[in-house]
Design a protein around this ligand. Sequence first.
Ligand SMILES: [Zn+2]
Length: 316
Amino acid sequence: MSLIGLVLAPALGFPLACEIGKTCEVQNYVDRIEGPGVGDYRCGSETYEAHNGVDIRLADMAAQRRGVDVLAPAAGRVSRVRDGVADVSVRVRGQAAVAGQECGNGIVIDHGEGWESQACHLAQGSVKVRIGETVRAGQPIARVGLSGNTEYPHLHLTIRHLGRVVDPFRPDGGGCEAVGGPGTGSLWTARAAVMMSYKPAAMLNVGFSGQTLTLDGVDDPGPVPAGKTAPALLAYVRAINLRVGDQQSLVVTGPDGKVLAEARPAPQARNQAQYLVYAGRKTPAGGWPGGIYHAHYRLVRDSAVVMERGFEVRIP
Ligand SMILES: [Zn+2]
């Protein structure tokens, strides 16, 4: 990356109409390690082999169905468009079916001076722009979908300069050493950099369910409401970007303050993109006593608590 190229780089705004930490999270960054082995711009493992963009993931399929706008990260001119690819998980379609169209429905915007952005996995029929059209920064151009090579609703955004992939979090080449504060050395606007500030891990979904829940079930159809006579009562956390050695715990206490259930999965044997922890019990005869049920989740990494959260539900 030449200095001139960086000087002329566009400032990139946050490319989605969602709220990081509430309705979406960053799942993957650019893999900065050439060849075998992975490393994101902070030398973490929040990426996968040869991943060439940033993945911003919606909390679940319900959010995708409600519709979340994809926004032009900067002003420019639309140079390529694809629409018409079905919103079906690659686990259903199979890898062969998405060969040659891994991006699914996508939009490429030419930002000038050799810079371009490519947005992928857009919802079928949601593309609002045409080739040659001029867009302004922040303009809604499509909605998040499930098209192409994806298992969950997310936006994949690749940034290129003169045809080469650039990591917007650290556009200068080289390794993965940590950079300074938010915005330092990145292509993002200050606001976008703060929104996407690096986390050691994240909680994508947190809550109580009135029925047993699977990892897939959190995405779709989602948990059923907890209640006095629901089949069960369980607290759950879907954590993303777990690292080998991570230790999680989830403890549920009843209105009487006593521990009702707890889960302490074995330390992570490997890095994992997502993991569902839950703790609970079948509903007793006569239903749950009324009151507030608390849950406390904790993630310990290298003997330090890196993520923690308490949450509760009231049973009438
Ligand atoms: Zn991606």
